[in-house]
Design a protein around this ligand. Structure first.
Ligand code: AMP
Ligand code: FE
Ligand code: FE
Ligand code: ZN
Length: 283
């Protein structure tokens, strides 16, 4: 049976693989399809699509948007999005500008702590439009200012540590609407990590299409719980490894996957949404 891993990060956010490595790794894992879901970015989609096409892997353009619902940070996955959609691109640009300012602010805080990390070194290392804390951590290690990533997070970057800066988040409803108008389906990422089941009904009301039932950090019991919930609310089911390449120790691609049959209802829903968007745009 062919399988798909629908949650992957590349070097265009906080993963380490470039497009060629994504496709090669997908082949090595025997996957038939992958979705790229970088944090607040679609920068890698075009090149990864090309690399996947050359490798005979189906590519699904995706994104993982950082949102806030009732004060909690949640992640919304978008699949089958049009990565050229003007509104999506302009909102993502806002996100990325905020992420870049956040890097500057984190570096300024490090300077106040007498940690001489250069802003430039973080941006050079990140080499993408959607930099985040992992890049600051890697730059700290590279500069010899921390022994390893854990130390960087523990001493400086974790929530409420001295160099932590809150992240820009989009409103949850707004994110779902943004994905829909770009012709994509919206799914709540790793609900078991957030334990924010209470917000699921209001996300459904806002049009959320699916739930990421299968995830690296979901136990079998957690997956079962969300499968039941998806069934009860008529939500589509997604799943993926949330692989970040080599940046979290071992690469996870393919360790969590769904049968490609799960893609069909997602594709059908996306087609419906695109039709609705076209009708709205029609005179
Ligand atoms: P950001 O989006 O900038 O807030 O960074 C979030 C990323 O940092 C996620 O990919 C996390 O997995 C990663 N992260 C959070 N805490 C740690 C940690 N203690 N060690 C390594 N990575 C972490
Ligand atoms: Fe990440
Ligand atoms: Fe996430
Ligand atoms: Zn992720």
């Amino acid at each position: 049976m062919p399988f798909a891993d629908l949650h992957l990060h590349s070097r265009y956010s906080d993963g380490t693989y470039g497009p060629e490595e994504m496709a090669a790794e997908a082949r090595r894992c025997g996957l038939a399809a992958i979705a790229l879901t970088d944090h607040d970015s679609v920068e890698g989609c075009a090149d990864t699509a090309q690399a996947c096409a050359a490798a005979g892997i189906e590519f699904i353009p995706g994104v993982e948007l950082t949102v806030e619902v009732e004060g909690d940070e949640l992640h919304i996955l978008g699949y089958f999005i049009d990565t050229q959609n003007a509104l999506l691109l302009s909102q993502i640009e806002r996100f990325q500008a905020a992420r870049q300012n956040r890097i500057r602010e984190m570096v300024a805080r490090l300077h106040r702590l007498q940690v001489p990390l250069s802003e430039q070194s973080v941006f050079v290392l990140a080499n993408c439009r959607s930099p985040g804390r992992p890049h600051v951590a890697r730059a700290l290690v590279q500069a010899g200012l921390c022994r390893n990533l854990d130390e960087a997070f523990e001493r400086f970057l974790r929530r409420n540590r001295p160099a932590w800066v809150p992240k820009f988040k989009m409103d949850g409803r707004e994110a779902i609407g943004l994905i829909h108008q770009a012709g994509g389906v919206a799914a709540l990422a790793h609900p078991g990590l957030n334990r924010t089941d209470a917000v699921i009904p209001e996300m459904i009301e806002a049009g959320m299409d699916g739930l990421e039932c299968f995830h690296t950090k979901h136990s079998a019991a957690t997956a079962e719980l969300y499968l039941k919930l998806a069934d009860r609310y008529g939500l589509l089911v997604t799943g993926g490894s949330d692989c970040h390449g080599m940046s979290k120790g071992k690469p996870l691609m393919g360790t969590v996957r769904v049968p490609c049959g799960r893609l069909e209802p997602l594709r059908a829903r996306a087609a419906e949404l695109r039709r609705a968007a076209l009708l709205r745009a029609a005179p």
